[in-house]
Write a protein of this length. Structure first.
Ligand code: B12
Length: 451
């Protein structure tokens, strides 16, 4: 039915069509809670039809632990859309249904038992995790100074230039073709020969679509990036109004790894990579960016009307690649502006393999899974006015082909994943953000290490 469709509309449509099955897809964390709401509503309204759950952010465990208990009809997690055919066949077949439902219930019970009773990973208290954070010598560190502070808008850059920054590997994944794309040959290196032949054909089609999109001016890329004086304050990052660094404009919040590590590696948080207030290195900065590709949804809708679903998916998948490529191009410019990389130092191959100093973590990704860090970033950059990209109330970006994030320049900065966040940290984080514990737990659900 579309993206961000309300529960009422979904259930009304199901009634109108006398639907046999309802399927929900979730791409980012806020959808997970909405799915629980739909399950509860289906129970309240006495639905009995099966509920299928899928999408990048869902899992069999989440379906078993958080969703299934709220609905007495079958609730089935489907890992791959192509599996929805055998799954619905079983669910709708008179002789297979009972067996399938019983097996699904047993699997979900096992997942719940494992979750509640299984061996717990060893975690640290927040105080211990902070003590296990990295120790940098800020007295001997001079942070790079960007060429400007404030923002710069990049309106309608050449799509040909952007195309050079595309990493096509995830594009093939969107078509369920696994492997690694080789820039030099334009070939997807994959283990099975059939997949390689399909990929070659797909890539050829994609190149023709890119030419058409450019010729017909179907996409408009709009982006903004900027640099701001900033300092670390514990696990927070203060953004100052100006160089006097006396008045706070915004605060970004980061979360710290709490899993006990035997490797001797530190328990990191993003704030570790900005110089603390009051140190010799205190003249530090962070950056931020928002990019979006406009036009894909409209063109895809046109193609859908012309009964060309292949073209429609192609256009959206290429728009996603352009959005990522734009983020890569802007990060390249930002590192040049920051002065620690030259324009031509790295090849495009090195760029897509991230062989450079600094990171551009995006709110929602594993180093900062909290999507509510996006609104302050948008405000700080004035991103919506400058780019037309806006946030929905569940912090998804519109248009869909959009990426936002922060820039860190510190040579030790790297991507990492959070998991098993403990209640002491969530309480502390909620307080720092001025949010209730319940709200914070809702936004960080999949990353909580407690029931
Ligand atoms: C492509 C992609 C993008 C694209 C397109 C996003 C879009 N609007 O479509 C771009 C580059 C623009 C992007 C941006 C962002 N992304 Co992104 N992205 C992905 C990626 C790499 C693939 C998702 C995808 O489309 N896969 C292809 C489709 C076909 O697969 P799928 O969704 O899994 O669906 C399959 C099955 O799940 C199943 N299925 C799906 N739904 C259903 C429903 C039913 C009923 C059934 C039966 C089956 C089924 O069938 C499908 C085919 O097998 C995932 C990581 C990943 N590997 O999954 C991250 C991911 C979804 N992105 C993520 C994030 C955080 C973001 C951003 C918020 C980052 C940022 N701050 O900028 C933005 C948000 C954009 C927005 N508009 O709000 C996170 C979400 C984490 C979370 N829990 O919230 C992920 C999981 C990456 C990660 N590991 O952290 N992203």
């Amino acid at each position: 039915m579309g993206v961000m469709v309300s529960c009422d509309k979904i259930l009304a449509k199901a009634k109108e069509l006398d639907a046999d099955v309802i399927g929900l897809s979730g791409l980012i964390t806020p959808s997970l809670d909405e799915m629980v709401h739909v399950a509860k509503e289906m129970e309240r309204l006495k639905f009995t039809v099966p509920l299928l759950i899928g999408g990048a952010t869902t899992s069999a465990a989440h379906t078993a632990i958080k969703i299934a208990q709220h609905y007495s009809g079958p609730v089935v997690h489907v890992l791959d859309a192509s599996r929805s055919v055998p799954v619905t066949t079983s669910l709708l077949s008179e002789d297979q249904r009972a067996g399938f439902v019983a097996e699904n219930l047993a699997k979900q019970q096992k997942l719940r038992d494992n979750y509640l009773g299984g061996p717990k990973k060893e975690t640290l208290s927040l105080a211990e995790a902070r003590a296990a954070g990295p120790k940098y010598d800020w007295t001997n560190y001079t942070p790079p100074v960007p060429a400007f502070t404030g923002t710069r808008v990049i309106d309608d850059p050449s799509l040909r230039e952007l195309a050079n920054y595309i990493d096509w590997t995830p594009f093939f994944h969107a078509w369920e073709l696994r492997g690694v794309w080789d820039r030099k040959t334009g070939v997807l290196k994959t283990k099975n020969a059939e997949g390689a032949a399909e990929a070659a054909k797909l890539y050829q089609d994609a190149m023709a679509w890119v030419d058409r999109l450019i010729e017909e001016k179907r996409f408009v890329a709009r982006g903004i990036y900027g640099f701001f004086p900033a300092n670390q304050d514990g696990d927070d990052i203060i953004v100052w109004t100006d160089e006097t660094r006396s008045s706070e404009r915004y605060r970004f919040h980061s979360l710290r790894q709490q899993l006990k590590k035997d490797s001797g590696k530190p328990n990191v948080a993003l704030s570790d990579w900005v110089a603390p207030v009051g140190t010799a290195a205190a003249k530090d900065y962070i950056g931020g960016f928002v990019v979006g590709i406009h036009g894909a949804d409209e063109f895809a809708a046109e193609l859908d009307k012309q009964h060309d679903p292949y073209g429609s998916i192609m256009v959206k998948a290429i728009a996603d690649r352009f959005a990522e490529a734009f983020a890569e191009l802007l990060h390249h410019r930002a590192r040049v502006d920051w002065g620690y990389e030259t324009e031509t130092e790295l090849t495009h191959d090195q760029l897509i393999h991230e062989n450079y100093q600094g990171i551009r973590p995006a709110p929602g990704y594993p180093a900062q899974p909290d999507h509510t860090e996006k609104p302050p970033l948008f405000e700080l950059l004035g991103a919506t006015d400058a780019t037309g990209v806006y946030l929905t109330e569940s912090c998804a970006m519109h248009p869909g082909a959009a990426v936002c994030g922060l820039y860190f320049s510190h040579p030790e900065s790297h991507y990492f994943a959070l998991s098993e966040l403990q209640k002491d940290q969530i309480e502390d984080y909620a307080k720092r953000k001025g949010m209730t514990l319940e709200e914070t737990e809702k936004w960080l659900g999949p990353w909580l290490g407690y029931a």
